[in-house]
Design a protein around this ligand. Structure first.
Ligand code: NAD
Length: 337
């Protein structure tokens, strides 16, 4: 099939080309982000391959349908950027990569947790600068700390398994509790109990209208002083302005983010010679106890290999008129990643 790959970075091209040796699709690599102005670039293609910050709102989908696109083969697990109803109306099938390597994201989550509380981001710069002082780098043992996991799906349960190895005391909240997770010593509690009891809160639930700003001023007020918050899920789970207030008055002791609610204008680009216009994001960067990575939790060789293979496999299944099992239907509420 003729496939237009939007938001292409060199690594996308490398992994998709390698996988395509087995599938033989006709790939067009476009650096442009998909939005109303770039949608016409899909003209002449049967399918579009978007990434997490591409715009797949109703207007863009209508334009893609006019261009002859019949398949959106997302190279992500998450689909909160897709108007599924509009896709259905225009007869466009939407597929995704539900699980490419939950280990990649779970391991990055724990890396962020350790890095921010042991101040590795500051220590790295200090030592390179010949500053071997320890003041300002004081951390804490993760052992015996109470960690709350919000969402115990594919990623959350691996986080639970890893943290069990650290000797943490684990709590979880999920509307669909999982017995296997209980076997890792996790106790399911309601959110208020988790907020009141936990030293660390880590987010692994999908972004839905219900979870938008799940961590807001009211939630923060229920948390323990000095709480650490980790988000490798979706930025808008956190009300960033509220968390900044919590950082300023010391109520939030550590914040580690791989996602940010307005990341679409920032992440995946080299903006190092530009003035960042987002004042909220810039404020976050000023705190010594905040560590941010730019949506890189998925970025491992294993994950990129699986993403490329499944994305093109989904395309081949569609071409043959066979279900891949990775189609998203509008009713689907779980599984955003
Ligand atoms: P999953 O579908 O396997 O698990 C999600 C879990 O969240 C499910 O168990 C579900 O029941 C639960 N859930 C749903 N609504 C909830 C709510 N209101 N409160 C608490 N839990 C709720 O998904 P996954 O593969 O584990 O992915 C988790 C998240 O990780 C995704 O939603 C995605 O946003 C994020 N993600 C980030 C990256 C990255 O690179 N940073 C990569 C992949 C996925």
């Amino acid at each position: 099939m003729r496939l237009a790959v939007f938001s292409t970075r060199p690594y996308d091209e490398r992994f998709l080309r390698a996988a395509n040796e087995r599938y033989g699709h006709d790939l067009t690599f476009l650096e442009a982000k998909l939005d109303p102005t770039t949608a016409p670039l899909a003209e002449g293609h049967d399918a579009v391959c978007p990434f997490v910050n591409d715009d797949l709102s109703a207007g863009v989908i209508e334009r893609l349908a006019e261009a002859g696109v019949r398949l959106l083969t997302l190279r992500s697990a998450g689909f909160n950027n897709v108007d599924l109803e509009a896709a259905r109306e225009h007869g466009i099938t939407v597929t995704r990569v539900p699980a490419y390597s939950p280990y990649a994201i779970a391991e990055h989550t724990v890396a962020l947790m350790l890095a921010v509380e042991r101040r590795l981001h500051r220590a790295y710069n200090r030592v390179r600068d010949g500053n071997f002082a320890l003041e300002g780098l004081l951390g804490f043992d993760l052992r015996n700390k109470r960690v709350g996991i919000i969402g115990t799906g594919r990623i959350g349960q691996i986080v639970a398994r890893i943290l069990r190895g650290f000797g943490c005391s684990l709590r979880a909240y999920d509307p669909f509790p999982n017995d296997e997770v209980r076997d890792y010593g996790v106790r399911y509690v309601d959110l208020d109990t988790m907020f009141a009891e936990c030293d660390v809160i880590t987010l692994h639930c999908p972004l839905t209208p219900e979870t938008h700003h799940l961590i807001d001023a009211a939630a923060l007020a229920k948390m323990r002083p000095g709480v650490m918050i980790v988000n490798t899920s979706r930025g808008a789970l956190i009300d960033t302005r509220a968390v900044i207030e919590g950082l300023k008055d010391g109520h939030v002791g550590n914040l580690a983010l791989d996602v940010y609610e307005e990341e679409g204008d920032l992440f995946f680009e080299d903006l190092s010679d530009q003035v960042i216009q987002d004042d909220v994001f810039s404020r976050l960067l000023t705190f010594p106890n905040v560590l941010i990575t730019a949506h890189q939790a998925f970025f491992t060789q294993e994950a990129l290999t699986n993403i490329a293979d499944t994305t093109l496999g989904n395309t081949t299944a569609f071409e043959r008129g066979e279900p891949s099992g990775n189609e998203i239907v509008p009713e689907e509420v779980r599984g955003d990643a």
